[in-house]
Design a protein around this ligand. Structure first.
Ligand SMILES: CC(=O)N[C@H]1[C@@H](OP(=O)(O)OP(=O)(O)OC[C@H]2O[C@@H](n3ccc(=O)[nH]c3=O)[C@H](O)[C@@H]2O)O[C@H](CO)[C@@H](O)[C@@H]1O[C@H](C)C(=O)N[C@@H](C)C(=O)N[C@H](CCC(=O)O)C(=O)O
Ligand SMILES: Nc1ncnc2c1ncn2[C@@H]1O[C@H](COP(=O)(O)OP(=O)(O)OP(=O)(O)O)[C@@H](O)[C@H]1O
Ligand SMILES: N[C@H](CCC[C@H](N)C(=O)O)C(=O)O
Ligand SMILES: [Mg+2]
Length: 487
């Protein structure tokens, strides 16, 4: 419950109409949730505009409407708050409505193209091990201590997010770790949240469908650092070409981590095998259970964050070395016939290249690598030919298939992927629209000791076709195909 007048203290409305101070019981950005006592925020989207739904919200009896343009009809019994940027206003008002929960939390956000889920999941597991009550907001799931709250997005909308923070505070959490996507930054989903630290992992090709150009995508990530308060730490990967760019205009305290360049948190890769990584860090050699060089970066980001939050280096290293990764990240199973199946969420060219290179580093020359990969529908189309080319170059066989075609024709996505495969690699490549059949084909092609990578869906438990999500789990399908070999 809150009074409108109190919520308005964080805004500078351009116009106010209707009752001055209605009591509000809930906030929403969706007219379908509109009801008496509710404040409706009219958010302009890319396809639809929340302003078009103001009449519906009013019809359903909302008490207040926040908007950028006033509608033609402004009935006297509804409070209309006109602001310049309604998404920004929603972030600020949501924080106020839920009692500014992040002021009571040490909140760390991680942004970057790849590694966000891995870093926040490790941070959450680490701080649980260190004895804290902690919250997690990630693509895979949200969590309050061990209680799982399903996630629908990488970063929830501002209202859902602030409600989650409030639940965390109520449960006694002292820390929270969250992924901050570029969409969320542009759409002000984290506006109103007070961060104690911000981490940048890397930036490579993704989401150009949304941001338009790579420069705009960089600018979106940089917003996180530009908006950071003075006392927060800004920790960036200085081996990434854009790492220092993130720090250019930040008021936060600047720190770096790296494997190659000089940095505040530096490690050296000693060994990289299917059992894990050995790193030299703080003058000592430490084993970690995560696989692949890219995870050395994630571990450094997590280590640096924990130290900047005031934790003891020895305790952090001891706990960190026992942790395993997030679900669907280099998750592997071995068949009775000794075929290794790896399920990984690599859904960008950079991630796919990293995972395949890691497999190349750890495989023996006689082990064939068979990759099953697809690209999402209604998402960045430019990455399709690039990912197919990479998969073909870095594997002995590649089977291109569907990965959430959404509203697109799956065969058309496959044609676009196939156009990227070099003529000399075509002999290695197959297209199988049905993902289950594609995985089965990989298993049938594999000989004992071979390695199958099933990329793109990781932890996801569905296949989305034309708005309908049917159950689909790469790891389970892989295990079923392995089981067929035994019959
Ligand atoms: C594809 C995409 O970017 N969509 C964004 C876009 O939506 P849109 O143009 O389709 O419009 P809409 O959300 O249907 O409608 C606009 C507004 O009208 C409202 N509405 C709509 C219908 C109705 O009957 N009544 C009503 O009030 C909606 O609640 C919404 O507030 O504009 C909306 C407002 O800014 C965003 O919320 C929405 O993000 C949705 C939630 C989404 O799924 N985005 C994805 C791409 C996303 O954010 N992904 C990132 C992760 C990416 C990564 O992997 O890094 C994430 O953080 O999850
Ligand atoms: N630091 C890293 N650098 C490059 N690739 C990485 C890194 N960490 C993980 N990856 C690869 O990227 C995939 C996705 O990792 P993760 O889920 O941690 O990233 P994310 O940033 O959360 O992705 P999303 O944008 O979908 O939320 C992993 O499965 C792995 O293949
Ligand atoms: N959060 C990302 C994940 C993509 C994963 C891939 N399986 C797909 O569906 O394209 C997105 O929505 O773009
Ligand atoms: Mg993620």
């Amino acid at each position: 419950m809150a009074q409108l007048e109190n919520l308005l203290q964080v805004l500078q409305p351009t116009q106010l109409l209707g009752p001055a101070n209605p009591e509000l019981s809930a906030l929403t950005m969706d007219s379908r949730q509109a009801a008496p006592g509710v404040a409706f925020f009219a958010i302009p989207g890319t396809l639809r505009d929340g302003h078009d739904f103001i009449p519906m919200a009013v019809e359903q009896g909302v008490s207040a409407v926040f908007c950028e343009k006033l509608p033609q009809n402004t009935p006297d019994h509804v409070a209309f708050v006109q602001v310049q940027d309604v998404a920004e206003a929603m972030g600020l008002v949501a924080a106020e409505f839920y009692g500014n929960p992040t002021k009571k939390l040490k909140l760390v956000g991680v942004t970057g193209t790849n590694g966000k889920t891995t870093c926040v999941t490790l941070l959450h597991k680490l701080f649980r091990e260190l004895g804290y009550n902690t919250g997690l907001i990630s693509t895979v799931q949200n969590q309050i201590n061990e209680t799982v709250i399903p996630a629908t997005h990488t970063t929830p909308d501002a209202i859902t997010l602030q409600a989650l923070f409030a639940q965390m505070v109520k449960a006694g959490c002292t820390h929270a770790f969250m992924e901050v996507s570029s969409h969320a930054l542009v759409q002000h989903r984290v506006t109103g949240a007070k961060f104690s630290g911000a981490v940048f992992t890397n930036i490579t090709h993704d989401h150009l469908d949304y941001h338009g150009t790579f420069d705009e995508y960089i600018k979106a990530k940089k917003l996180f650092f530009d908006r950071l308060p003075k006392k927060a730490f800004a920790l960036v990967n200085s081996d990434d070409k854009r790492g220092m760019v993130m720090l250019q205009n930040t008021k936060g305290e600047k720190y770096t981590y790296a494997l190659r360049k000089e940095a505040d948190f530096k490690a050296r890769l000693v060994d990289n095998t299917i059992q894990g990584l050995q790193l030299e860090l703080e003058g000592q050699e430490v084993w970690f259970r995560l696989i692949g060089t890219f995870n050395a970066y994630n571990l450094l980001a997590v280590y640096g964050s924990a130290i900047l939050l005031g934790e003891d280096p020895q305790e952090v290293l001891a706990s960190l070395s026992s942790l395993t990764s997030a679900a669907g990240r280099f998750d592997y199973v071995v068949s009775e016939g000794q075929i290794t199946g790896i399920v990984d969420y690599a859904h960008t060219p950079d991630a796919l290249e990293n995972v395949l290179q890691t497999i190349q580093q750890i495989r023996r020359p006689d082990q064939k690598v068979i990759t099953v990969v697809g690209c999402g529908g209604n998402r960045d189309a430019a990455k399709r030919p690039v990912m197919a080319d990479l998969a073909a170059r870095l594997s002995d066989r590649v089977i291109m298939t569907s990965d959430n075609p959404r509203n697109e024709d799956p065969q058309e996505i496959l044609n676009q992927m196939q156009s990227g495969v070099k003529t000399t690699d075509l002999k290695k490549a197959l297209s199988v629209v049905d993902r289950r059949e594609a995985i089965k084909t990989a298993v049938l092609l594999a000989e004992p000791e071979d390695i199958i990578l099933v990329a793109g869906k990781g932890h996801e438990t569905y296949q989305e076709v034309k708005g309908v999500r049917s159950p689909f789990d790469d790891k389970q399908v892989l295990l079923e195909a392995f089981a067929l070999l035994q019959k």
